[in-house]
Structure formats: C-alpha cells, structure tokens
Design a protein around this ligand. Structure first.
Ligand code: NDP
Length: 303
C-alpha cells in the first residue's frame, strides 16, 4: 500500500487567512468598521506569551483591530472579571479571548462565564457549548473546527463514516465529537478509561487524536486508508539533533500519533508541526469576523 497523503494545514490556514483578510477589507469598505479582537493575558507563562504574540500578529496581518491586555500574574480574580465586563460593554470590541491557563487565584470557569457569549470567539462559554450541541449558530472552538474543515476538504461528505475522537476535553475532544455528529458521522469518544482502545481505533474511518501523549497511537491501531488528524503538540527531547550550548538536548515537536508508522497505513494524515496547529489561529480570526458581523446585524461572510 502506498504512503498516506499529507494534509497540509499550513496551506489550508494560509488560504483561510486570505479569505478572512478579504472579508475584513470588504467590511471596512462597505460598512465602515473594523472587526476587532482583544486578548487578555494574565501572567507570564512562556507558551502563552508565544501564542498571544502570534494571535496579535496574524490578527493585524488580516487587517483587523487587535489589542493585548497584559495583567500581572497576581492580578485578583475580580479585576479580571471587571475588565471582561468593560470589554463586553465596548462596542468596538467584537471578540474577547482570555488566554488559558490562568493563574491559580483565578477560577477559569468563572472567567469564561463572564464573557458575553456573542463575543466568546473561543466558543468555550456554556451557552455556546449548548448552541453547538443543539445545532444553533455559535462560535465554534477553533481547533476542532480547523480539524473539521480539513476533513471536509479532504474527504468531502462525511455522512456515515465511523469517527473516533481520542480525548474528551472541553476544548478539543467534546466539540470535535459534536461537529462530526452534525456531519452525520457515527462517533465514538475514547478516553483514558476506554477498554480495547486499539480495537476501537482500528474500526474508524476517521481518527482524531487529542490526548497530549507523545506518539501514543502507533500505525497498527489505524485502519488501512483511514484519515488521521493529529491534534497533539508535545515537546520531547531530540538527541538526534544534538545538544544546546549548555549541554541540554535539543527538543522537537511531535503529535499524539506515531507519524512514521501511521503514514504507512493511513490514507491521509496531518503532520506535527504544520497540521492542525496553524488552523487554530486562522479560525480565531474567522470567528472574530463572524462575531463582528452578527453584532452589527450583518450577514455572515462566506468563510
Ligand atoms: P487534555 O489533557 O485536556 O485532555 C486529554 C484527553 O486525553 C483526556 O480526555 C484524557 O482522558 C485523554 N487521555 C489521556 N491519556 C490517555 C490514554 N493513555 N488513553 C486514552 N486517552 C487518554 O488535553 P487537550 O484536549 O487540551 O489537548 C490534547 C492535545 O492537543 C495536547 O497535546 C495539546 O497540546 C494539543 N492541543 C493542540 C491545539 C492546536 O492548536 N493544535 C489546541 C489545543 C490542544 P480522561 O478524560 O479520561 O482523562
């Protein structure tokens, strides 16, 4: 059997960002406002700093308004809630995103619940979770929506396909399952207590891995010809790349799927990096533009 075709998430994301930029230009021209995203970052988590910087950069490149509000790591919860309230009431802010994780003194659920659901461009608010599962219009969490877009563009109609989502987090696994169900897949959600996990995986035409365990899914868990979407982002030591100046080993990113063995069996597969990751921010831009249009009573742009 021939090797799997690689699903190029970078190229998908670049095309989506182009469409977003075109929609933004049209909105500015025809309606005279700029769709805008405000990101709130509490503390100095290094990974969050990188994500927030990239979000700001790509928002700006799409011609959108962007603001990052940085708060000290010891900011009291009430100050964050007050800031969200202010942003909820600011008509020039269309999307609000609080970068997770937040420091321990702040209750993540409370912060998410405080965001106006119509400005919740991450799609994490319980109202939006409910809207997603009941088939109502809602901002959809960016990462699983990116996975769905790649699946649909790769496979076309997903009706009747057996899909297995490995992982049941609120951010990836559960919304991914809701989206696949809405596309008429027969969906299994697997997790750390699933029995016969390898067998369940082998039955699946679509396998979405969102576990956070480096290269956990080997090729022989994959049904020949299946489409594999690897959400995992894991940093592991890469002795083959040599050492840093301080003698520590260089690092590399790998997914939750063992790419080398999986690509011998799958029909299509996303790489890590360059698969799901780039789609996440592109969809954040998309969600913000759509949220802005809905807040202004305009039709959704075709994105
Ligand atoms: P969570 O840690 O919140 O969830 C992990 C899920 O995997 C849980 O449901 C857990 O099961 C399940 N799990 C853990 N170990 C096993 C196991 N041995 N067998 C079966 N299931 C297992 O992670 P997230 O959903 O937030 O993220 C998953 C991965 O995706 C991470 O690598 C993360 O970095 C990446 N990610 C990538 C994004 C992107 O933009 N590409 C965005 C978001 C996440 P249980 O519920 O039983 O504990």
């Amino acid at each position: 059997m021939s090797e799997a075709q690689i699903i190029d998430g970078k190229a998908f994301a670049a095309r989506l960002r182009e469409r977003v930029a075109a929609a933004v230009a049209k909105i500015k021209d025809q309606h005279g406002f700029t769709p805008s995203l405000t990101v709130v970052l509490v503390g100095e988590d290094p990974a969050s700093q990188v994500y927030v910087r990239n979000k700001g950069k790509q928002t700006e490149e799409a011609g959108m308004g962007t603001d990052t509000i940085r708060l000290d790591a010891d900011t009291p919860e009430q100050d964050v809630l007050d800031l969200i309230e202010k942003l909820n009431n600011d008509d020039s802010v269309h999307g609000i995103l609080v970068q997770l994780p937040v420091p321990d003194q702040i209750d993540e659920a409370k912060v998410i619940a405080a965001i106006n659901p119509d400005k919740d461009v991450d799609g994490f608010h319980v109202v939006n979770v409910g809207r997603l599962w009941t088939g109502a219009e809602a901002p959809v969490p960016c990462t699983p929506f990116g996975c769905l877009q790649m699946l649909k563009e790769t496979l076309g109609d997903l009706t009747g396909k057996r899909a297995l989502v490995l992982g049941r987090s609120n951010i990836v696994g559960k919304p991914m399952a809701a989206l696949l169900l809405a596309e008429h897949c027969t969906v299994t959600i697997a997790h750390s207590r699933t029995v016969d996990l390898a067998e369940r995986c082998r039955e699946s035409d679509i396998l979405v891995a969102a576990v956070g365990r480096p290269e956990m899914v080997p090729g022989d868990w994959i049904k020949p010809g299946a489409t594999v979407i690897d959400v995992g982002i894991n940093r592991i030591e890469a002795p083959e790349k040599g050492t840093n100046e301080d003698g520590s080993p260089k690092m590399k990113l790998v997914g939750d799927v063992d790419f080398a063995s999986a690509k011998q069996v799958a029909g299509h597969i996303t790489p890590v990096p360059g698969g799901v990751g780039p789609m996440t921010i592109a969809n954040l831009l998309r969600n913000t533009v759509i949220a802005a249009c809905r807040q202004k009573g305009l039709e959704d742009p075709d994105l």
